[in-house]
Every structure is written in C-alpha cells, then in structure tokens.
Design a protein around this ligand. Structure first.
Ligand SMILES: NC(=O)c1ccc[n+]([C@@H]2O[C@H](COP(=O)([O-])OP(=O)(O)OC[C@H]3O[C@@H](n4cnc5c(N)ncnc54)[C@H](OP(=O)(O)O)[C@@H]3O)[C@@H](O)[C@H]2O)c1
Length: 225
C-alpha cells in the first residue's frame, strides 16, 4: 500500500493503540482515534471518535463519521485475568465480547467502507496467548484464540476483495494492561507499533513481535494442546 492511508485505530487513547495512532500520524496518515471517551485522546494530529467496540450503535455512528477509512487497526482490548473456573462469568463474557465480538462488530461495519474506498488493510491485535493457554489467563486466551480464528477466516474472505488482513501476536508490552509485570519483562509498545505497521503494509499475514512469541509459534506443531 503506497497510497495515502486513512486509518481508524480502536482504543487509541492509551497503550499500544495510542502508539499506533502516533506512528500512523508520523507516516503521514489521516488518523481517526477511536475511544470510549474521545475527550481522553491527547494525541496531536488525530481526529477523536467515540467508539465502544462492544456497542453496535456506537460502531455504526463511528462508521458514519469515518467513511473514508482504508486501514482498520482492531487494537482495543481488556484483560480481566479471569480463570475459566474461578473467574466470574461476567468477566469471561467481557473478554469474548471485547476481543471476539467487538473486533467482529468493527470489522463488519468497516469492511464495506474499506472496499468502497478501493481496498486496504485490517490489522487485528492478538497475543502470544492466542497460542499459549495458561489457566491463569483462561478467559483472555480463549478470547484471543477466537479472534485468531476470526482473523484467519477474514483474511481468506477478504483477499479477493482487495483487503489484506494481518494478525499481530506479541508478548508483554509496557502498558497499563500489565502494570503488574516487572519492567524488564516488557517491550516498548512504540517499537511494536512500528514493527506491526511495517508488517501490515508489507502484506505479512502474521507479525510476530518478540522472541517469546516466535518460540511459542515454533512449538505449536509439537504442542499437545
Ligand atoms: N500489554 C500487553 O502486554 C499485551 C500483550 C499482548 C496483546 N495485547 C493486546 O494489545 C491491545 C492493546 O492493549 P494495551 O496493552 O494497550 O492495553 P491498555 O493500555 O489497557 O489499553 C486498552 C485500550 O483498549 C480500550 N478498550 C477496552 N475496551 C474497549 C471497548 N469496549 N471499546 C473501545 N475501546 C476499548 C481501552 O479504553 P479505555 O481507556 O476506555 O479503557 C484502552 O484504550 C489489546 O488488544 C491487548 O489485548 C497487550
């Protein structure tokens, strides 16, 4: 993709989403910064848009505002740290509502827009935990695994329609989501945003952002789960 990019980033008010928005602006893109509270968007050069990815009406309204989008970054996410047996069903549902149904809601609304605008790309932010499923993150892992399957199916469905779909898989990043993890175990989300956008624009189907993720992916063919 070398033409002018108009991007929508979900969850762009903080964390990795804010870094995606900043990197896209630095590359000359027009950027809609989707956020549940658009007043929380503090990044210069972006257009804040109210967007709760779990609320179909909010997604529909955002699509009315951002009708010129060619690149969608499905970044918004939550981590309740709910286990499948010990967590609350509300938390387990929130994970699936956000990572799976939320990503699906936004994709269903914006794919026709990207297609109408001549094609483009979708980047789904997944995780190493789509492939590695410790009980302590059972709800999150299941939701990211569902989003991985969604990503693969959409990639095949949209390739003939001029829309490339990439998955970003990554381990711990230094954001609010994992503030409880020691700093030396986390990578810089600004670097991840750069690597992911390079991969997306190069047409990579999967972007593996760190060594842990590459090791886990390599072990999938021998794993028993
Ligand atoms: N941090 C990590 O180690 C890590 C590792 C692998 C993958 N990831 C993934 O990376 C993505 C970004 O996470 P992060 O680390 O940047 O986390 P973060 O700092 O906690 O930010 C999460 C962002 O998602 C937004 N969000 C949550 N639910 C939303 C909803 N229903 N509608 C719209 N926005 C919503 C949040 O908005 P509010 O401010 O309104 O809450 C916030 O902007 C997520 O998909 C996450 O699963 C993170």
């Amino acid at each position: 993709m070398t033409e002018q990019i108009t991007a929508l980033v979900t969850g762009a008010n903080r964390g990795l989403g804010r870094q995606f928005a900043a990197e896209l602006v630095a590359r000359g893109a027009k950027v809609y910064a989707g956020a549940r509270k658009p007043e929380a968007v503090d990044l210069p050069g972006v257009i804040p848009v109210q967007l709760d990815i779990t609320d179909p009406e909010s997604v529909r309204r955002a699509a009315e505002v951002a009708g010129d989008v060619t690149v969608l970054v499905n970044n918004a996410g939550v981590s309740t740290r709910a286990g499948l047996l010990t967590g609350t069903i509300d938390d387990i549902r929130l994970e699936m509502d956000t990572h799976y149904f939320g990503t699906l809601n936004v994709s269903r609304e914006f794919v026709p827009i990207i297609e109408k605008n001549g094609g483009g790309a979708v980047l789904n932010v997944l995780s190493v935990l789509a492939w590695y499923h410790p009980p302590s993150s059972g709800a999150y892992s299941a939701a990211k695994a569902a989003a991985w399957a969604l990503t693969d199916a959409l990639r095949a469905e949209l390739a003939p329609r001029g829309i490339h779909v990439s998955a970003l898989h990554v381990g711990y990043m230094d954001t609010d989501m994992v503030s409880y993890i020691p700093a030396d175990q986390k990578i810089d989300p600004a670097v991840v945003a750069k690597v992911a956008l390079d991969g997306l624009l190069a047409g990579q189907p999967e972007i593996l952002a760190d060594d842990l993720t590459r090791q886990v992916k390599a072990g999938l063919s021998t794993a028993n789960s």
